[in-house]
Structure formats: C-alpha cells, structure tokens
Write a protein that binds this ligand. Structure first.
Ligand code: ADP
Ligand code: MG
Length: 700
C-alpha cells in the first residue's frame, strides 16, 4: 500500500529529463505535479512508428508518416516574425520539404546538412507540394531504435514552444516507467473480480496505456481502466444508496386535513392513474421511518406540479415544513404562482424566496421559516444557502434537478436533525445510462401517462422561404382563438447579435400581425424583471395573442390555450431544448403545432436533430439521441457537478461496461457493505482518496 512514502508522490521535477523549469511548466500547464499525476496523464492516441514510408508513396491521403533520408538545403527565409527555417529531406525516391516557424535557432543547431535523419510528422500538401511543419527529427544511424507505437499526449502550445514536444513527453514517460515498478502500483480490485471479468492487473494496464506493445494489450488496458472508473462510481453510488436505506427519516403516517380537503374540494381535475400511483409511492416511502430519496420522471406536461403540491400537503399534515426548489428564477416564480393559485381557497401560505428578494421581505420569510410559522416556500438555490434555517423541514422537492449537483442535494441534509425526504423531479427524461451514474442512488417513479384529452403535437420543418405561408397559418390559429409562441435562440443573454435578431423579429411580427387586430408581447433576459413579468402575465391571461421570446420561457410556462410553437433559427437549438420548448404547447385539448424554421443552408448535425424532432415526441427517445449526439459532458449541467468526470470511460459508448460494473458493485456491497474484508482494503483506500477530492465526500 502506498502510505505516504510511495515514489508516486515524488515531485515531477525529480524525474530524469524534467528538472525545475520543465517541472514548473508541467505543473502550471497540465496540473502534473507528481509522478502519479504523470502516470494518469494518458495518451489520447498513438502513432505507428514502426513503418518507414517512401517519400514517393505520399499522396493526398497521407496523414502522419515517418521517413528516413538525407537532409539537404537547410536555409532561412523571411525575417522578423515571418522568419522560417526550411530543409529538404531526400530519400532514394523523392524529396519532401520540412519547415519550422519557431525555435529556429535551436533547431538549426541540432541539424546538419548531408546527415541521415528519421523524420516524423503530419504531412500537409499545397498544390502538389508536400511538406511537414515542425517534424520530429532524429539522427539516423546504426543504433537508432525505431519505436513501435508512440504515445501522443495532450499538451499545450506553451509547452511545445518551450521544447516539450510530444517526443520529449514520451521520453519523460519512458523514464517514469524506469522508476515506477509494479509494486508501486498495487492492485485495488479484488482478484475475484479480476478473474470473473477477465481484467488485466493495474500496473500492466497503466503501463500498456502509455506503451502498448500490441494493439490487443492496448485494448485490454483501456478496458480495465474504464472498468475501474465506472466500478468506483458504482460503488460510491451503491454505498450512498445503502446509506439512504438505513438513514432514518421523518415519519409521515397521517393523511390529514390539508391533503384530504385539497383532494376532495380543490383539485381542479381528476388525477391520472400515473399521478395516483406516484403519490402512493411517495406516501409509502415517507411512512417507513426511513428517508425518502425519489426521482420523479415525467415528460413536460405530464403533471408533476400537482404531485409535488400534494406531497407538500402530506408533510404539512404531519407537522412539517416543505420547500420546492427550482434552478431558475422564472421557474421558481412559476411554481410559486401555480401553487399559490391552487392553495388560495385553502388559506395556506407559500412564499417565494430567490436572490432578488431582499430587505424586510426576505427577513420576514427567513424568520417565518426559522420559527415554523411559514410552512411552504418556493425558491431557487437561495434556499440552500447558509442563512436559511428551517424549523422542521420535512420534505424538499427539487425540480429540474439535473442542474443541481449531487453535492447541492446533499446540502439540504444539514437543514435539520434528520434529513428531509427528497423528491427530485425532472421533465427531461434521463437516459438509463445517465440515470445510473447521476441518480443511481435514488428510487425512480415515472409518470408515463399524459392528462386526458391531449393530442399529439404536429411538428414540421419549414425554410425561411415559406415564411409567408407559416405566418398565414399562425394567423389562422390565432383567429380561432389560440395563442402562439415565437422563440429566438439566445445562447448568452449578452449576445449582441442574438439580441438584435430578436428585436428585428419582433418588428417583423408586428408587421405580419397588425396592432389594430393583434396583441404581441415580448420577454427576454435583458428586460427588467418587472416588465418581463408584466408581459408574461399578459400572455398567460390571454391578453396577448403572440409571445415573442428568447429561451427564457424554456421551462415552466404553462398556457394551455397556446397551440403554436415557432422556433426561429431552429438549427441553433439543442434537441432537449427543442423538446422542452415544444412541451409548452399541446397542454390543452386543441391540436397543437411545432414549427421549426431554418434558413436554406443548414449543417448536417442540425438536420439530424430537426428530423428527430419531426419524427417523434417521445421524450426518452429524444434524450437518448441527445446524449448520443452531444455526449454527457454538455448535458444536464453535469460538467460542473463533477460526477461524470471520467478520464477514459464514456457512458454512451461504454454502457455495456457500465451495466457490468453496476452488477459487480451491487454484488460486492451485498456481500461486504462496509468493505471490511481484507480483499477489499485496496478498494476502500481508493474510495477514501476519491471522496476527499469530490462532492461525494459531503454526502457520506
Ligand atoms: P409538468 O409535469 O410539465 O410540470 P404541469 O404540472 O405543469 O406539468 O402540468 C401541465 C398541465 O396539465 C397543467 O396545466 C396542469 O394543470 C394540467 N394537469 C396536470 N394534471 C392533470 C390531470 N390529471 N388532468 C388534467 N390536467 C392536468
Ligand atoms: Mg413543471
């Protein structure tokens, strides 16, 4: 075991070929401070350097290649910043040009005309001439050993400029393996797992990842390290889940006045079967004396709000406070509005707490939550900030959870003596693989039934050239009494161009829909909150026929009378985003439409996204496609959460390994929940190190 004296902790500058200056560079540029850091800086590809190509064999398809020949015509061209060094390599078949723009003096000193060299690099071609800029070049004599597969490491411009080229990087990692021996990299997986899943040992895996002697070994190494990464995440999640099952929680054993009064007298519609089933699951969970950790998945419009509210009423009936938390101000406000509306006749108060609520009002809310006189609160992450103290928080509903990190979820725990029950709601269906890594610790409920009377939304793709027809269609819908959204992409609220195109769009809409007959409202992120709210309210109340908006309306807005969703420059929207927006219509009984407008030239990926939207309304399918197209990094704000930071594994492509590790983790934890067996000690140490570096620590 490495208990503090391991060679892996040696500072990187002590490695042969590094030294203080390069050491400092590696530390600041790549965060490589120790031998161990370098060990885990895996190459991202390999060059096959076992072959020497004849220069005459180069053609337009040649990418990286290695040549051997005599260097002639070394010379400098240009001056000042445009100065460059050129040379020609000549083998017995043809010539190829070599060029350097940087480190010229240094290179010049290290090459000699008429000598033999091995040259390796990326071949570029300009009008029939081939050249290589900044090649790796090495004297070629009888004891030059030609490497086989050469690792290629990610590096930075600055490192390259300071002479840490890929070749020298490879030399450094080579000297690393002269120092680091098998016993320095002990196995952490139990041998039973190694043999059951046919994994190679840890030392070999790491070594082979840097220096695979065969392709087969490279594959084995990669597989092993991916397996380990995913396995560790599954063990962490598994332990969390285990902890939930033993974590004591408040007991909600009464279904009392508030719940029943609401159910019998104030419910605006009949619950769907799915809503009833989920409520029952929540009631069962909260009555056990253990903490509930439940994920509620339901597509947009499936009716999650009412389930949240009724769960909150359940908390109230049992003498507890409840909160509902959303990722944005708009969504928090929307929840606040719809819940206060539903509660109005019952005389129960809910307050809104966001970063914008300040002064006296804020003080009063905080006081109410602390002394228990306020039972319900809706808000943004302001709710989990430190000054907010609840007297007895029994239930926390978290909407659109994917934007909250696992760590933030854990913060709720600190709010009282026992943790509150947690209901996480998400409108974005989560692909199974992602759910397994992000929410593997939660029980899952699904609302898989839409409220009755909904018709499938018709989705079409239209080009700008058909704008007149589209506007005609929209007018027809509006004349029937419907309302319409027109949404512009806005990546950053500060994007000037986006803002301008929104403004132009708004002017255009007012031309198509003359002000004497039609009312148009606009909302965007640059507006004062008050004006934004007023305009939004005009649309919600039906006073405006058209809402021109940016993606600020993406989540939350609920206007059942709206039947048209027009997305401008639809090629710029992501799949999940389009799905969310489309979910704003089709909420009433009317046939609804989603129109995806694009210019005539649209990229391949965008066409693919648009076609998926046209072909299905199934949120799960769309989420899977989105995950496959974009990868998990960008989705669901997981980048910041740190949960999915795998070095090698990728949950889309490695879903089979993920399943396998989940299985293995479950089996291991069932047999040894506290990791007490001697064969699990290596794993336990790893987990401890892992946890101290990430959000996970806050949970366990
Ligand atoms: P989401 O799951 O997207 O949060 P909401 O809770 O906002 O969905 O519900 C969408 C719309 O459907 C709302 O107008 C809501 O009042 C309505 N709704 C919810 N449940 C039912 C139901 N069982 N019957 C009829 N309408 C319902
Ligand atoms: Mg909702």
């Amino acid at each position: 075991m490495n208990n503090g004296t391991s060679i892996l902790e040696s500072p990187i500058e002590f490695l042969k070929g590094v030294g203080p200056m390069r050491g400092e560079l590696l530390r600041t540029e790549l965060g490589i401070a120790t031998f161990e850091d370098l060990l885990y800086h895996f190459p991202y590809r390999y060059f096959d350097r076992s072959q020497i190509t004849k220069i005459a064999a180069v053609n337009g398809l040649t990418e990286f290649a290695q040549f051997a020949g005599i260097l002639i015509n070394i010379g400098e061209e240009g001056d000042g910043r445009k100065k460059r060094l050129t040379a020609t390599l000549y083998d017995d078949t043809r010539r190829i040009e070599l060029v350097w723009f940087q480190n010229i003096n240094w290179v010049k000193k290290s090459i000699t005309e008429g000598e033999r060299y091995i040259v390796f690099g990326k071949v570029a071609h300009y009008g029939g001439y081939y050249n290589i800029s900044h090649p790796e070049i090495e004297a070629w004599n009888s004891d030059t050993n030609i490497p086989g597969r050469q690792p290629v490491y990610s590096t930075t411009e600055k490192l390259r400029l300071r002479g840490i080229t890929n070749r020298s990087f490879a030399k450094i990692t080579q000297s690393l393996f002269e120092k680091v021996k098998p016993h320095d990299i002990p196995e952490i997986l139990p041998s039973a797992i190694l043999s059951q899943y046919q994994l190679c040992n840890r030392y070999s895996a790491i070594r082979w990842l840097h220096y695979p002697d065969t392709e087969h070994h490279e594959e084995m190494a990669r597989y092993r390290m991916k397996w380990e990464e995913l396995f560790i995440s599954q063990i962490l999640i598994g332990r969390l889940r285990l902890q939930h099952t033993i974590q004591r929680g408040w007991i909600f054993d009464k279904v009392g006045g508030a719940f029943n009064t609401f159910f019998n007298h104030h419910l605006p519609f009949q619950l769907t079967g799915a809503q009833k089933r989920v409520l029952k699951e929540i009631r069962q969970d909260t009555a056990t004396g253990r903490q509930m950790n439940r994920l509620l998945q339901g597509d947009v419009g499936s009716g999650k709000t009412i389930v949240a509210l009724m769960s909150m009423l359940l908390a109230l009936d049992n003498g507890f406070q409840a909160c509902i938390m959303a990722p944005t101000e708009i969504l928090a406000t929307q929840h606040f509005n719809s819940i206060s509306g539903l509660l109005e006749e019952m005389g129960i108060t809910i307050k809104l707490l966001t970063g914008n609520i300040k002064g006296k009002e804020r003080k009063a809310i905080l006081a109410g939550l602390a002394d228990g006189s306020l039972s319900f609160v809706a808000g943004t992450h302001a709710l989990i900030e430190d000054p907010v103290i609840f007297k007895n928080l029994g239930l926390a509903v978290i909407d659109e959870q994917h934007r909250f990190g696992v760590g933030q979820r854990a913060k709720l725990w600190k709010k009282n003596e026992l943790p509150p029950h947690v209901l996480v709601m998400t409108a974005t269906p989560i692909p199974r693989t992602l759910a397994m890594t992000l929410y593997g610790d939660l029980e899952v409920s699904v609302i898989d039934e839409l409220p009755p009377g909904r018709q499938e939304i018709k989705t079409v793709h239209r080009r700008d050239t058909a704008r007149a027809k589209v506007m005609e269609f929209m007018r027809h819908e509006i004349d029937k009494g419907r309302q319409a959204y027109i949404v512009y992409p806005l990546i950053e609220e500060s994007e000037k161009l986006d803002y301008e195109s929104l403004m132009q769009g708004y002017e255009q809409v007012k031309m198509w829909f003359s002000e004497d007959r039609y009312r148009t409202a606009m909302v965007h992120g640059r507006m004062e909150a008050e004006l934004k709210e007023r305009n939004m309210a005009r649309f919600v109340k039906g006073e405006a026929n058209i809402l021109v908006a940016t993606t600020v309306i993406e989540v939350g807005v609920n206007v059942p009378n709206a039947s048209v969703m027009l997305l401008e420059s639809a090629e710029r929207f992501g799949l999940s985003q389009m799905h969310q927006l489309r979910g704003r219509v089709g909420r009433g009984a009317e046939q609804s439409y989603c129109i995806l407008m694009t210019g005539s030239k649209v990229g391949e990926e965008s066409v693919k996204r648009i076609n998926i939207m046209v072909s299905t309304t199934d949120g799960f399918k769309i989420a899977e496609e989105d995950l496959a197209m974009r990868g998990p990094g960008d989705m669901y704000g997981t980048k910041q959460s740190g949960v999915l930071k795998f070095k090698l594994a990728d949950i889309v492509h490695d879903s089979a390994i993920l399943e396998e590790t989940r299985h293995a983790a479950l089996a291991l934890l069932t047999a040894d929940p506290r990791l007490e067996l001697p064969q699990h000690q290596g794993l336990k140490t790893t987990l401890r190190n892992h946890a101290s570096q990430s959000h996970w620590a806050k949970i366990s």
